[in-house]
Write a protein that binds this ligand. Structure first.
Ligand SMILES: Cc1cc2nc3c(=O)[nH]c(=O)nc-3n(C[C@H](O)[C@H](O)[C@H](O)COP(=O)(O)OP(=O)(O)OC[C@H]3O[C@@H](n4cnc5c(N)ncnc54)[C@H](O)[C@@H]3O)c2cc1C
Length: 330
């Protein structure tokens, strides 16, 4: 058995039967031929191996960045195994602007469309022109347009009808040359006429202040998604909890910060064994050093059930929980 601690950012000490890194489609095909059960991994920053995995972990290392420029936009073609933050930095250094709000989000480029990563008022879908994948049934290359990806809040077709059916090999981005900074969200609103470098620096500064560094304290970022509830339910809750913050999704739905709900229930700083609800960001669960999968699951279940009892809201995990036979639920 092979330890997976260094392959996922929560650093649980679970194992797998074998691990193969692939750098191209031929190597992926050979690995799949030899694996009866497998789990596809990027950088493991949205994955928790809560038990030993009885199969092969396949790690995407397909690299490469190329670009083409037109009068109105820069187009980037990026291998799925590239690191996301390095891509944001590369784009900034080359004068391709727009993605700075997404600086320092951990993970691979290949995983970014799956949950449509987002931060500080921007989602990666804003820049994705198309996604190239290998269909695991036919081994044919498939290209999905932006529309075909069906992006939503932390969501895309890769979590639904294409879940487990494709391997993303390349993501194609389009960055319009008429750059307009997005500074509506959080601390960015306080910046005075910022350029892309200012936004990049501020996002990094704020993230480093608020979020634990997974290299120091194992975590997988936000453990739960921010729940979306109906306007009627939101208004009822607001009567009972006048401070309840929310963001409008559309005319009928509001998004509520899960961190606020968890904080109200007093979970901030609470520990269960070696798992702690982070003191400055209760949406993040951390591994104090020797956490085991069962402790993570127990803490997450306690939070879900308390939120449901008090607010009648069902929290859903944002992270992927992998047990002995693959994806599992709470
Ligand atoms: C400290 C911290 C902060 C974070 N902040 C944010 C944030 O601000 N916003 C945000 O949206 N997310 C955030 N995240 C979550 C995480 O960064 C993203 O989900 C990221 O896209 C995960 O990339 P990964 O390569 O590590 O994915 P992995 O965990 O390796 O994989 C995630 C899922 O994608 C699948 N997958 C991976 N690669 C491929 C591929 N090439 N083809 C098909 N399927 C694939 C895997 O099977 C798995 O189901 C944060 C995480 C951490 C640890």
């Amino acid at each position: 058995m092979l330890g997976l601690s260094s392959y996922h950012s929560f650093h649980l000490s679970s194992c797998c039967e074998s691990l193969i890194a692939f750098e191209n489609v031929e190597q992926l095909r050979a690995a799949l031929n030899n694996a009866s059960r497998y789990y596809l991994l990027g950088e493991g920053s949205n994955t928790l191996f809560v038990e030993d995995f009885a199969g092969t972990v396949l790690v995407n290392k397909i690299k490469g960045i190329s670009s083409t420029t037109t009068e109105t936009a820069v187009h980037l073609q990026v291998g799925a195994g590239e690191n996301w933050h390095k891509l944001v930095t590369y784009a900034l250094e080359n004068g391709y602007h727009g993605m700075e709000n997404l600086a320092l989000i951990p993970g691979s480029v290949g995983a970014c469309p799956i949950q449509n990563i987002g931060a500080y008022g921007i989602e990666v879908a804003d820049f994705i022109e198309s996604v190239e994948c290998i269909n695991l049934a036919t081994f044919e290359t498939q290209q999905l347009t932006h529309e075909q990806c069906q992006f939503g809040y932390r969501d895309s077709i890769f979590k639904h009808s294409l879940a487990g059916k494709v391997v993303i090999t390349q993501v194609n981005f389009k960055l319009p040359t008429n750059y307009t900074p997005v500074t509506t969200y959080g601390e960015l609103a306080a910046l005075n006429n910022p350029g892309p470098q200012d936004i990049y620096d501020e996002v990094i500064r704020v993230r480093q202040k608020k979020l634990p560094d997974p290299a120091v304290l194992g975590n997988a970022g936000s453990f739960f998604k921010n729940p979306i509830i109906g306007l009627g339910q939101y208004e009822q809750l607001l009567n009972i909890h006048p401070g309840l913050p929310a963001y409008k999704v559309d005319d009928h739905r509001m998004k509520v910060p899960a961190a606020w709900l968890i904080d109200k229930l007093g979970f901030k700083g609470k520990t269960l064994g070696e798992v702690r609800c982070h003191p400055t960001q209760p949406l993040v669960l951390t591994n104090l050093g020797n956490a085991c999968g069962e402790e993570v699951l127990q803490m997450a279940r306690q939070i879900i059930s308390s939120v449901k009892q008090r607010f009648a809201i069902e929290l859903e995990p944002e992270v992927r929980l992998i047990a002995k036979h693959g994806l599992t639920t709470l």
